[in-house]
Design a protein around this ligand. Structure first.
Ligand code: ADP
Ligand code: ZN
Length: 609
């Protein structure tokens, strides 16, 4: 075991294992099959990379995404580990060269796509010493998962062809059916199953509901401005929205690019590489973006629209904070999204399953208890305490007697014979006087103007709460009008009272009126910025050095050092090479290659020269 710790430090720069990593590695080394379920960012890679270094021969890594392979191989090579990929995107000479190295036993980790694998079964693999097989994104083998890939079903041949080689299958998808399916499909023999906690305490969780497009844009701007130079992803359902949001942000001086499947491959590659290489702060993307993106310093994720399931949501926010540092997530929840999602689900061919998934998502968005508890219980993990890092924990709801308020709204719905949606309901309550309302005669109702004292936003919030409390429901089959439920009727007729949570104006008040100069969004600091503390100045300087090195070496900044490593430098302020070696993420190669320049910069910033 001591030897493994030494390798962990030497090649990865870490001194401790994360939960389960050690047990998983032990299992693999005892030649037993393993199934590993760990959330994105949990640290799956080391579970097979470390045994690969330790064992003689080569570890085969099956991975579905060529982009992911490239990233992992580059990361390994940067740490001094001989690794290579074989895939259909490569030139024939390069393929031949890699194969030769494999036959000579010079490659410790060989990444292959499932198709590539099938092609090499007869020639290449019999000529190599294969000591371990790792199957990444193993849920792709299952029809039940959300990402089925037919090529993955052929992987069963691995066990037949290499019956004595241990197989480790890894995935971030948790549910039980998929789990069993992976074991069956891959023919794993009596595998040890590891389910690590899905908790990602470093991700803050916030849901904001019922915002108009304009309010959403203002909230996003405010959010990003409060996070200067921290990069993040805005997920949108519609392609047009990715471009619209990116354009809005650019208008206000924020570096943003759009990304969606309708763009040309070149445009997409450029957007992706700009984001990965820290050339752009924000990427506004459909969910086409993100699979296989291994950028460890994504500091925040915003959902412009409500996702269709908790699995998807969790996977998408999981792209933030992979380095373990505090990161923020913000989700916009709206009835309009819910209605669209319901339609998607109904038309999906698996409508029962997908509607159930959507219901869970809705419950999460509407929750007034700790959101993390809801998330974890969805993944069958119970937790006893509130997390303290979600909007509900930070700002627990205060309640008041909302009976009269609810009666006003319900009475307006009743007097229109349950034929209106939320917008019209608020307009009646607030006496908006708009043409459609007048033409339908709603200005003559007794409840017209009965809720003038509350703002539009307040009404919207209270109506969401009424839905959540089950006093009204949306009739999806009939133009999405609002209907009063039996328990709503009890409140309406005064048979029972009801409490609501007090509406609080969100802290942000920033509006879209303060425009940055159009030209200045390209400007980038080239010197350490004056920041309020020496730590901030140091962090910023280290980041810039990392970026310059990445540009010089034509690699990605986070492959040089993660944000967590930079943060550790700020905390420990190493001034010698030995001290530098103590930094998290600094292995031998990186100490030799980068130690001196980073120390010089730290000395310079601390004025210790
Ligand atoms: P996953 O594949 O599970 O999404 P990764 O293997 O990419 O996650 O790991 C996520 C991040 O955690 C990486 O930046 C990795 O270097 C870091 N990491 C993994 N294991 C450890 C460890 N034992 N100590 C510190 N950081 C770790
Ligand atoms: Zn909480």
């Amino acid at each position: 075991m001591k030897e493994l710790y030494a390798l962990l430090k030497k090649f990865f720069g870490y001194t401790t294992f994360r939960p389960y990593q050690e047990e998983i590695i032990q299992t693999i080394l005892s030649k037993r099959d393993a199934l590993v379920l760990m959330p994105t960012g949990g640290g799956k890679s080391i579970c097979f990379q470390l045994p690969a270094i330790y064992l003689p021969g080569t570890t085969l890594v099956v991975s579905p995404l060529i982009a992911l392979m490239k990233d992992q191989v580059e990361g390994l090579v940067a740490n001094g580990i001989p690794a290579a990929a074989l895939n259909s995107n490569m030139r024939e000479e390069d393929r031949q060269q890699v194969k030769q190295l494999c036959v000579q036993g010079k490659i410790k980790l060989l990444y292959v796509s499932p198709e590539g694998l099938m092609g090499e079964l007869n020639w290449l693999f019999p000529r190599m010493t294969i000591s371990l097989i790792a199957i990444d994104e193993a849920h792709c083998v299952s029809h039940w998962g959300h990402d089925f890939r037919p090529e993955y079903t052929q992987l069963a041949v691995l066990k037949e062809q290499f019956p004595t080689v241990p197989i480790v299958a890894l995935t971030a998808t948790a549910d039980k059916i998929t789990r069993q399916d992976i074991i069956d499909q891959l023919k794993l023999s009596d595998p040890q199953v590891f389910v690590s906690s899905f908790d990602r305490p470093n991700l803050s969780l916030t849901v904001r509901r019922g915002l108009t497009k304009k309010d959403k844009n203002a909230a996003i701007l405010h959010f990003i401005r409060a996070r200067k130079e921290q990069c993040g992803i805005v997920y949108c359902t519609k392609r047009d929205d990715t471009t619209a949001v990116a354009d809005t942000l650019k208008l206000y001086g924020i570096d943003a690019v759009a990304y969606h499947a309708g763009m040309s491959p070149q445009q997409r590659d450029k957007a992706q590489s700009d984001f990965i290489n820290d050339r752009t702060q924000v990427i506004c993307a459909t969910i086409a973006f993100g699979m296989g993106i291994d950028k460890s310093n994504v500091r925040w994720v915003i959902h412009y629209n409500t996702p269709g399931s908790i699995e998807n949501y969790y996977q998408e926010i999981g792209r933030a904070g992979r380095d373990g540092l505090a990161s923020d997530t913000l989700l916009f929840y709206s009835l309009a999204d819910l209605i669209i999602r319901r339609r998607f689900a109904e038309e999906s061919g698996q409508s029962e399953v997908n509607l159930e998934k959507l219901n869970h998502m809705q419950r999460y968005c509407e929750a007034d208890i700790c959101r993390r508890r809801i998330l974890l219980s969805y993944f069958s993990e119970q937790r006893e305490d509130d997390c303290g890092n979600c909007d509900v924990c930070r700002n627990p709801p205060e309640r008041f007697d909302g009976t009269v308020l609810i009666q006003k709204a319900l009475s307006a719905i009743a007097r229109t014979n349950e034929s209106i949606g939320m917008q019209m309901l608020i307009d009646i309550l607030r006496a908006s006087g708009r043409a459609e309302l007048i033409s339908r005669g709603y200005h003559l109702l007794k409840t017209y103007g009965a809720g003038r004292d509350l703002s539009y936003r307040m009404w919207r919030e209270y109506i969401y709460q009424m839905l959540q409390l089950g006093y009204i429901e949306i009739d999806y089959a009939s133009s999405n009008v609002l209907r009063i439920t039996p328990s709503g009727r009890k409140v309406l007729y005064g048979e029972t009272t009801a409490r609501l949570a007090v509406y609080k104006e969100p802290e942000q008040t920033e509006t879209t009126t303060k425009r940055g100069k159009k030209g200045d969004f390209k400007a980038r600091p080239i010197r350490p910025k004056e920041a309020s503390t020496i730590e901030e100045t140091l962090f910023d300087s280290l980041r810039q050095l990392r970026k310059q090195l990445a540009e010089k070496e034509n690699t990605r900044a986070y492959l040089i050092f993660s944000d967590a490593a930079l943060q550790d430098m700020v905390d420990k302020k190493p001034l010698t090479l030995d001290e530098f070696a103590e930094i998290k993420g600094v292995g031998q190669i990186k100490q030799e290659r980068y130690g001196k320049v980073f120390i010089a910069l730290i000395r310079f910033v601390l004025k210790k020269e």
